[in-house]
Design a protein around this ligand. Structure first.
Ligand code: GNR
Ligand code: NI
Length: 171
């Protein structure tokens, strides 16, 4: 079990496109374990590998509420193959953009193709909260942060705030 450090702006890794995983092996499964440990410890409901400094196309999520059974999901090389026309708005946050929350509009349902931890190809329909999270995480694998949807003014203001806070907190 290992809780990893979560990177924040201005770390340039957050803006890079993650690499596709070519081999789903024990190293990948060990990284996924660390990602779940880090996500649950934060606590958060999703995490992309790049957020712990590994720019690989791997995401984990658990949309279960506090009093529900955990529903952990790990998706390798996730890609959206269909988006609903219907939209959904949700107040998002991000462990890599701490203390910033704002409304983002995204497709209300998406179908995602991915590899599971056994390397098997799967497709799954995500709706509601799960649709929001999976799109937020897939964005991370492409170097996109939720503040990018808010317009230039808010994006710059929020990113500056995060960078300034991190600078002040440095030992
Ligand atoms: O923990 C998280 N909560 C959250 C809330 C609304 C929309 C998306 C998210 S994902 C976020 C964790 C995170 O930063 N994942 O990349
Ligand atoms: Ni995030």
């Amino acid at each position: 079990m290992a809780i990893r450090k979560i990177i924040t702006p201005p770390d340039p890794l957050l803006r890079e496109k993650s690499l596709r995983v070519t081999q789903v092996d024990d190293d990948v499964r060990a990284l996924i374990r660390d990602m779940f440990d880090t996500m649950y410890a934060a606590p958060g409901i999703g995490l992309a590998a790049v957020q712990v400094g590994e720019p690989l196309a791997i995401i984990v999520m658990d949309p279960a509420g506090e009093n529900e059974e955990p529903r952990p999901k790990a998706l390798i090389n996730p890609q959206i193959v269909w988006k609903a026309d219907e939209l959904r708005e949700y107040e998002e946050g991000c462990l890599s953009v701490p203390e910033v929350y704002d409304k983002v509009v995204r497709p209300a349902e998406v179908r995602v193709r991915y590899l599971d931890e056994q390397g098997e190809e799967r497709e799954e329909l995500f709706r509601g909260m799960e649709a929001t999270i999976v799109q937020h995480e897939i964005d991370h694998t492409r170097g996109i942060l939720f503040v990018d949807y808010l317009g230039r003014l808010k994006r710059e203001r929020y990113l500056k705030k995060v960078i300034k806070k991190a600078r002040l907190a440095r030992p």
